[in-house]
Design a binder for this molecule. Sequence first.
Ligand SMILES: NC(=O)C1=CN([C@@H]2O[C@H](COP(=O)(O)OP(=O)(O)OC[C@H]3O[C@@H](n4cnc5c(N)ncnc54)[C@H](O)[C@@H]3O)[C@@H](O)[C@H]2O)C=CC1
Ligand SMILES: Cc1cc2nc3c(=O)[nH]c(=O)nc-3n(C[C@H](O)[C@H](O)[C@H](O)COP(=O)(O)O)c2cc1C
Length: 187
Amino acid sequence: MQTTLNAVDLPVAPAANNAVEEIAAVEKKEYRDAMAHLGSAVNIITTDGPAGRAGFTASAVCSVTDSPPTLLVCLNRSASVYPVFKENQVLCVNTLADCHESLSNLFGGKTPMEQRFAAAEWARLATGSPVLTDALVSFDCKVTQVTSVGTHDILICEAVALRRNDERHGLVYFDRRYHPLMRQSAC
Ligand SMILES: NC(=O)C1=CN([C@@H]2O[C@H](COP(=O)(O)OP(=O)(O)OC[C@H]3O[C@@H](n4cnc5c(N)ncnc54)[C@H](O)[C@@H]3O)[C@@H](O)[C@H]2O)C=CC1
Ligand SMILES: Cc1cc2nc3c(=O)[nH]c(=O)nc-3n(C[C@H](O)[C@H](O)[C@H](O)COP(=O)(O)O)c2cc1C
C-alpha cells in the first residue's frame, strides 16, 4: 500500500532545526577549501553595449536547461565589471582552451580592461559581446533573469548564438591550479 505524507502533518523536530544551524555554520575558508576540490571549466565572460566593454574570469558557470537554451553565470557584485554587466544585459561565455591559462589570470586579476582585451583576438556574433576567436566554445547570450544570493548575482542567460571549436583541448581549474584536458585522439 502506498502512503502519501502531507507536509503539513509532519512534526517539526528540534533536531532538524539544529542540523540546519550546523550546516549554516560552515566557515568561509572551510567552504572555499572544499570548493577547491571541485574541478570546473574556466570561462571569460564578456560584454559590450551602452555601458562599455568588460570581461572577467568565471568558474561559476552551469547549464540550466536546453529549452530554451539557458545557462547561469555567478558574478560578485563587488567586481569592477559588475555595473557594466548590469546595464548591458548581454554577455558571451567564452570557455577557455588549454592555451589560455595566462589569459584567464589576466581577466581574473586587477588588470585594466584595455590591457585584458589587448591580449587576445575577438569577434562578434549576435549581441555584440566580444567572442574569443580561439575559445573552445562561445555562448552569446541575453540576460533574462537576475537573482541575488549573498555576495553574488546569478545571471540567467539565454543563448542566442554559438560558436564551437572541435579541435582544441580543454582547460580545467582544480585545486587552485589549471590543468589541460586532452581530447581522446582518434586512433
Ligand atoms: N565564484 C567566485 O566568485 C569565484 C571567485 N574566485 C576568485 O578568484 C581568486 C582565486 O581563486 P582560488 O585560487 O580558487 O582561491 P580561493 O581559495 O579564493 O577559492 C577556492 C574556491 O572557492 C570558491 N570561491 C572562491 N571565492 C568565492 C566567492 N567569492 N564566492 C563563491 N565561491 C568562491 C571557488 O570554487 C574557488 O575555486 C580568489 O580571489 C577567488 O575569490 C575563484 C573562483 C570562483
Ligand atoms: C579561476 C578563476 C575563477 C573565477 N570565477 C569567478 C566567478 O565564477 N565569479 C566571479 O564573480 N568571480 C570569479 N573570479 C574572480 C573574477 O575573475 C575577478 O573578481 C574579476 O576579474 C574582477 O576583478 P576586478 O574587480 O579586479 O575587475 C574568478 C577568478 C579566477 C582566477
